[in-house]
Design a protein. Sequence first.
Lengths: 113, 115
Amino acid sequence: GENVEQHPSTLSVQEGDSAVIKCTYSDSASNYFPWYKQELGKGPQLIIDIRSNVGEKKDQRIAVTLNKTAKHFSLHITETQPEDSAVYFCAASWWEGAQKLVFGQGTRLTINP
Amino acid sequence: GAGVSQSPRYKVAKRGQDVALRCDPISGHVSLFWYQQALGQGPEFLTYFQNEAQLDKSGLPSDRFFAERPEGSVSTLKIQRTQQEDSAVYLCASSPLGTGFNEQFFGPGTRLTVL
């Protein structure tokens, strides 16, 4: 089955700097890659997603890139703010069967003021 | 409108007890998922419903775990004879369509602690 690896597990950056989180996946059939943000005591919230027919997607300070050949995708957050501090999860899914998500292990991002 | 709600938010059970966790999805959402999130880990898929039909239960870790969604709306995850390894946050998510790529809207989860 699908396996998603995520790194780093923790990331600390200065406010205003950029943060990058990387994920790799194993199943070449995966074609949907969402990113979720989880704050303490809350459920994951979708922040951006990308489908395999595009290589990059941006939404204000957040961008995601996908390299299908290498089977990896990355989350980029620019101009980081204290409210960006949270745990971020990447996930992968595929068309066949249920739309279950396979998640990475998570990255705890801390923005230092 | 209201998001996905789950109850109880916290549950403490003694080993061997049965527990029932409830999920109220967003009204009208066809798909409903249950995930298990161990401390410091990503959520792991348990089971999936499309309306009242349980289409995938491949993630349920043992036959002690049972889920139902009898009327295609509210769902209950039941764990019988709880074990310490069942301690985790149980997340419910719903999405509006039955097929294709849809955003999954997650509830706040139920934190289960088995003593």
